[in-house]
Design a protein around this ligand. Structure first.
Ligand SMILES: [Zn+2]
Length: 207
């Protein structure tokens, strides 16, 4: 029942989030990890217990140690394979490096543009402009594209990585890509399918 449209990343400081085990948004009970028969805390460790699947997650400091699952949202339905390849790789690295994730996510929107534009130039800035000019995307989605482009650029420029690591920002980039895929691909597919199923004599071109 994982609903990635309002995905709340696992975070040991939050009382509820999408469980990395069962995928359900659920309340989490928190416990400090201590040695048995002692008040000593283990490695600044915390356990959270999902109230839905009743399974545990273990944290060392702020980092999710068990299960070995990504804190980023799963890809939106209908995400094209080329886009998904970089997106999934970004999910695998984001727990440890938001910089690497941001660079991969920027690459994944280049693949998405290749899907949407017949004659992509390979220059992100102008391709986003073309998508807007040809009314393939509206202004809201253009802003989402630009946010990913700019954030990706901040992390990597001319082969140098210089931005501060910012996991929250990287996680928002995952959300934005899912919004773009849902708007440009999934919604479009639903509309096309609905229209295709209309009786031929009711379609606009036949009236
Ligand atoms: Zn769970």
């Amino acid at each position: 029942m994982s609903n990635s449209s309002n995905y709340i990343s696992p975070n040991k400081d939050k009382s509820s989030y999408h469980c990395p085990r069962c995928g359900v948004y659920s309340e989490q009970n928190h416990f400090a990890l201590r040695c048995s028969n002692s008040t000593n805390r283990i490695l600044n460790g915390t356990a959270t217990k999902c109230t839905h699947c009743r399974d545990y997650h273990l944290w060392i400091g702020d980092e999710l140690a068990v299960p070995l699952a990504s804190i980023a949202p799963p890809p939106a339905e209908n995400m094209p394979d080329d886009v998904k390849e970089d997106y999934e790789e970004a999910r695998q690295v984001v727990n440890h490096s938001s910089k690497a994730a941001a660079a991969l996510l920027r690459r994944s929107i280049e693949s998405l543009i290749d899907e949407l534009l017949d004659d992509a130039s390979g220059h992100l800035y102008s391709d986003i402009e073309t998508l807007a000019d040809e009314e393939i995307i509206d202004d809201r989605i253009r802003k989402a594209f630009d946010a990913i482009r700019v954030n990706g650029n901040e992390y990597t420029h001319a082969g140098r990585i210089y931005a501060q690591d910012n996991q929250e920002k990287a996680l928002r980039m995952f959300e934005l890509i899912n919004v773009i895929v849902r708007t440009t691909i999934s919604d479009d597919r639903i509309i096309q399918e609905m229209y295709r199923d209309l009786p031929e004599n009711k379609k606009r071109e036949n009236n």
